[in-house]
Design a protein around this ligand. Structure first.
Ligand SMILES: NC(=O)c1ccc[n+]([C@@H]2O[C@H](COP(=O)([O-])OP(=O)(O)OC[C@H]3O[C@@H](n4cnc5c(N)ncnc54)[C@H](O)[C@@H]3O)[C@@H](O)[C@H]2O)c1
Length: 259
């Protein structure tokens, strides 16, 4: 799997899944724009990539601002003349968010979840499509979640937003397949990224969770990135509209047991 001559943008590229994807894309010869809210984080990842001889450009963007998303895509087309891979991946729970039943959920957290989780994915996709359509090629990978396939308690906004990402991506795949553009989403299970490691800091809590996973552990960001990069690559040339689950088997259970 190589990306020589290809240009990609990874939002949320400073940490976790996005960081691993940006590094993996550059390690395989691609030029990556590391787009993140954290300027320091984006610069650090770009420096890490430069350290192994890869090509990366950091850019500070807030994906909830349309102009920022456009500026990342403009950077790709202005500086590198193309855009082959768009990974709409950034997400954060709003400051002060905590698990809450729907009846008590505040508008501000709902609006924030929709803006960062769904509207930003739409805008990132729209901006990328403009370049990819002219090129007649491109691969968009949107980060959804197993939370977009199943229902959780006290997490309904995230459930709704990530389900939206999955079906939005399918619609894009239908519309733009005829133009040589593929669009897929990925559905991570529980992946050991900084926010998750913070939540699972208590070893007993972590162990109890890992017992529910057939592979008996959390996923590593690189294991997720491998799937994203496959979808970005020509190896996935006949894959579009898929929602790829990568969860160590966490969501396999029917909960009907015979022993
Ligand atoms: N880690 C998991 O278990 C898991 C599971 C399912 C889905 N996901 C999804 O994977 C994606 C990445 O999550 P992660 O676990 O790697 O998180 P992370 O916190 O490690 O990385 C997220 C990155 O997004 C950036 N970011 C936050 N708000 C931003 C904004 N407004 N504009 C630009 N950048 C912003 C952060 O600075 C950070 O670098 C998210 O879409 C998340 O919903 C993660």
């Amino acid at each position: 799997m190589r990306f020589d001559g290809k240009v990609g943008i990874v939002t949320g590229g400073a940490s976790g899944i996005g960081r691993a994807t940006a590094i993996g894309f550059a390690r395989r010869g691609g030029t990556v724009i590391v787009a993140d809210h954290s300027e320091r984080g984006a610069k650090a990842v770009a420096a890490e990539i430069a350290g192994f001889g890869g090509k990366a450009e950091p850019i500070k963007i807030d994906v909830t601002k349309e102009a920022d998303i456009r500026s990342a895509v403009a950077l790709a087309s202005r500086q590198f003349g193309r855009l082959d891979f768009m990974h709409n991946n950034a997400y954060a729970f709003g400051r002060g968010w905590e698990p809450t039943l729907t009846g008590d959920f505040k508008d501000e957290f709902w609006d924030y979840a929709v803006n960062i989780g769904l509207t930003a994915v739409f805008r990132g996709t729209r901006a990328a499509l403009a370049v990819m359509r002219d090129q007649g090629s491109g691969s968009i990978v949107n980060t959804a979640s197993i939370s977009g396939l199943f229902a959780e308690v006290k997490n309904s906004a995230y459930n709704a937003v990530k389900a939206g990402v999955i079906n939005f991506t399918r619609a894009v795949a239908r519309e733009y397949g005829p133009f040589g553009i593929r669009a897929n989403s990925i559905c991570p299970g529980v992946i050991a990224t900084p926010p998750v490691l913070q939540m699972a800091a208590d070893p007993q809590r972590r162990k109890a969770f890992e017992q529910k996973v057939p592979l008996r552990r959390m996923g590593q960001p690189e294991e997720l990135a491998n799937v994203v990069l496959f979808l970005a690559s020509d190896l996935a040339s006949y894959v579009t509209g898929a929602a790829y689950v990568c969860d160590g088997g966490l969501t396999l259970a029917s909960n009907v047991e015979f022993n």
